[in-house]
Design a protein around this ligand. Structure first.
Ligand code: UFG
Length: 342
């Protein structure tokens, strides 16, 4: 059973590829390597024992995408990760984000109808909820969608609409959108993990790079939020739990277990932690003192959000199993292993 994973050399993609292979799926990756490295294929092969098929081209190119699918009639499902994902960059270069993230999705949907590929799993984000009102915390899939705070977030909202409308229009198409909360951590083998190019935007790689001495000091953005310690709260989820959910989703589609032809699931643990909670967990598992300072708020940050994963737990039979200490310790092991080997 062959599955196409777009963006399969990226952070979430690479972990999902390994999980799929270990479940017996054959994987083909398409990745333009805009924000990832070809060496990830070697690491995937070391972990799973199988090198996935790989092609490098831009899925936003309609002709190349059609040409790819015309050569691959055996693809039974697509997990679509490939997208730009830096919130700040999307504010500075919105067209880059709309063009890449939406053109690639539309090209894939068009090819799915043309070549009769029925199943799509789409990478969405809790960013669609913005800052939920107090009565919607923890946030379930029924919470209202808020106006997106960035072009990146807007591409996720528009993408969900494009998928929904396509499914209404074209018989035989099915999709599952997975709304991720904050994915962190690395594979148990420490052979793959998050590998941001340049200065990290996200908390966990900034923590591990600071501890390793690559960054001087972590800036904690704001301590005046209405939370237990004043720092913002997020639902951090271990990348391995997240990867497993993708396998469950694609199996649900292939085994015709869907209740509707377009389903949406939150992927979170159901527990929120503050920035200082994450730092404390890191210091505990690493035995190090992290160099950090509290500075002003970062523009656009929301105060607090965490998932109500009840629907995913009940419907998918999936549950995030790993705790915050597992997340920080695996991220730290990955950072050290990667730096020693590079
Ligand atoms: N933070 C710091 N210092 C840093 C980096 C982050 O204090 O150097 C804090 C942030 O202020 C925030 C928390 O750590 O409170 C988490 O920040 P991240 O940047 O790791 O994650 P975000 O919640 O801001 O972003 C995530 C996803 C985005 C998505 C966004 C939607 O990474 O893709 O949620 O809210 F768009």
């Amino acid at each position: 059973m062959k599955i196409l994973v777009t963006g399969g050399t990226g952070y979430i993609g690479s972990h999902t590829v390994v999980e799929l292979q270990q479940k017996g799926f054959e994987v083909i990756i398409v990745d333009a390597l805009f924000n990832s490295r070809i060496e990830v294929l070697d690491a995937i092969e070391k972990i799973s024992g199988t090198r996935p098929e790989f092609e490098s081209f831009d899925l936003a190119d309609r002709r190349l995408t059609d040409e790819f699918f015309s050569r691959h009639h055996d693809i039974k499902g697509i997990i679509h990760f490939a997208a730009h994902k830096a919130v700040g960059e999307s504010v500075e270069q919105p067209i880059k984000y709309y063009r890449n993230n939406l053109d690639s999705l539309m090209n894939i949907l068009e090819s799915m109808t043309k070549y009769n590929i029925p199943n799509l799993v789409f990478s969405s984000s809790c960013t669609v909820y913005g800052q939920p009102d107090a009565e919607h915390l923890p946030v379930s899939e029924k919470a209202p969608i808020k106006k997106a705070e960035s072009p990146y977030g807007n591409t996720k909202q528009i993408a969900e609409e494009i998928i929904s409308e396509s499914i209404n229009a074209y018989k035989g198409l099915n999709a599952i959108a997975l709304r991720y909360f904050n994915p962190v951590g690395a594979h148990d083998s420490a052979m793959i993990g998050e590998l941001p190019l340049g200065v990290p935007n996200n908390l966990m790689p900034y923590i591990t790079q600071t501890a390793y001495g690559i960054r001087e000091c972590l800036k904690v953005f704001g301590s005046d939020y209405p939370t237990h310690d004043g720092t913002p709260i997020r639902d951090y989820i271990h990348i391995m739990d997240l990867a497993k959910a993708h396998v469950v989703a694609i199996e649900r589609m292939i085994n015709a277990k869907m209740k509707k032809s377009f389903e949406i699931f939150n992927l979170g643990t159901g527990t929120g932690y503050s920035v200082l909670d994450v730092i404390k967990s890191f210091e505990k598992v690493s035995g190090l003192k992290l160099n950090y300072e509290i500075v002003g708020r970062r523009a656009g940050d929301i105060e607090m959000v965490w998932a109500d994963p009840t629907f995913s737990n009940d419907e998918l039979g999936w549950k995030a199993e790993r705790c915050l200490d597992d997340m920080t310790s695996s991220a730290w092991k990955w950072e050290q292993t990667y730096r020693k080997n590079s």
